[in-house]
Design a protein around this ligand. Structure first.
Ligand SMILES: Cc1cc2nc3c(=O)[nH]c(=O)nc-3n(C[C@H](O)[C@H](O)[C@H](O)COP(=O)(O)OP(=O)(O)OC[C@H]3O[C@@H](n4cnc5c(N)ncnc54)[C@H](O)[C@@H]3O)c2cc1C
Length: 320
């Protein structure tokens, strides 16, 4: 039997996709979430800047609560990685394909996120260090936690400089380390770092071990010990499906959307880190809610969704 056409297929089950799923399911729409299972939120040992959780919450626990909430209202969630997305220009329908499955939908929401580039270190060491807050990726999220601690920033370009300067307002002990070679910064950047009292160290760099509650980093200038390191090596945005359908990207490779989360492709929407903006849970959730409401309104503008009248028991019994 043919699968019914979905009102919306959501690609990505992080905070953006799951918030949209909660809204869309509660709009009585037929939706499905297909998620590769690699939400950046799943890396978070404990987030302390999400409203409503004064003692913080583990990223995986937050995601599970959101999945439970979406499923409670009828959303279906599958763990699969979509490899192909097509749009039929005649019908306007989308077809998504993964492994051995596929789905057809009137609209698609891309909430596919980004991946942080990792610093040079073994995977197991990286994951242990991340779980213990020795490696951190988001100064806006958790700079507070490194207040007055010894912090290393691994990065060399203006992004690394900006992150080191940002962290300087939390601690006087910030060191910027080049990842792969000598630092080679612009004069202007050097002056800013000097004025802020930030030490610069040449690479190549390798985080090599955890010792007590610190991480040891090997550099061209010797061993350094930090209470946390922040890789500032940029990120890769997951825009492949958007590109397959002809959606426009911004200069920094994010999906371009209007103020209602519509891309330039009719029926295709995007939300969360994959769109330019503040890469944060609150922002991803907000965009997920905006996208879902736009999708609902755009679908209803094409074809009004009028709910069948439910006969009450008395009416049914009297036959009126
Ligand atoms: C270590 C760390 C700590 C952080 N701490 C905080 C914090 O304290 N507070 C805060 O606000 N933010 C924090 N962030 C940022 C936050 O995690 C992200 O902003 C948020 O997860 C973005 O949500 P999203 O839904 O846009 O993307 P994501 O959560 O990354 O979800 C995207 C999902 O899409 C899936 N996907 C991608 N492509 C496909 C495909 N083709 N098919 C199917 N699925 C696909 C992925 O597998 C993934 O599950 C942190 C990030 C990191 C890495």
């Amino acid at each position: 039997m043919d699968e019914p056409i979905l009102d919306c297929l959501i690609v990505g089950g992080g905070p953006a996709g799951l918030t949209a799923a909660i809204y869309l399911a509660r709009f009585h729409l037929d939706i499905r979430v297909v998620d590769g299972g690699k939400s950046r939120a799943s890396w978070i040992p404990c987030t302390r800047n999400v409203s409503g959780f004064p003692d913080g919450i583990n990223g995986n626990e937050l995601l599970q609560r959101m999945r439970d909430q979406a499923c409670k209202y009828g959303a279906k969630i599958e763990t699969e990685f979509i490899t192909k997305l097509d749009r039929d220009s005649n019908s306007g329908l989308f077809t998504a394909t993964w492994g051995s499955g596929c789905a057809t939908a009137h609209t698609v929401l891309l909430a596919t996120g980004v991946s942080n580039r990792r610093p040079p270190m073994e995977e197991k060491l990286h994951d242990d260090a991340l779980a213990r807050g020795l490696v951190r990726y988001c100064p806006i999220c958790d700079g507070y936690e490194v207040t007055d601690k010894r912090v290393g920033v691994i990065g060399s370009d203006s992004h690394g400089v900006a992150e080191a300067l940002f962290l300087r307002s939390y601690t006087a002990n910030v060191t910027l380390i080049a990842p792969d070679k000598a630092m080679g910064l612009k004069r202007d950047d050097n002056q800013k770092l000097k004025a802020a009292g930030i030490e610069c160290v040449d690479g190549p760099t390798q985080a090599v071990a955890i010792s007590k509650d610190c991480i040891i980093v090997d550099t061209a200038e010797g061993h350094y010990t930090f209470e946390s390191i922040y890789p500032a090596l940029g990120s890769d945005t997951h825009t492949q499906l958007a590109e397959m359908t002809g959606a426009e990207l911004s200069a920094d490779q994010c999906i371009k959307v209007d103020s209602h989360q519509r891309t330039c492709v009719p029926g295709l929407y995007a939300a969360g880190d994959v769109v330019i903006g503040l890469d944060q849970i609150s922002h991803a959730m907000g965009e997920g809610g905006v996208a879902a409401t736009t999708i609902r309104n755009d679908l209803c503008a094409k074809q009004p969704r009028l709910r069948e009248r439910v006969e009450d028991e008395e009416e049914a019994a009297s036959g009126s």
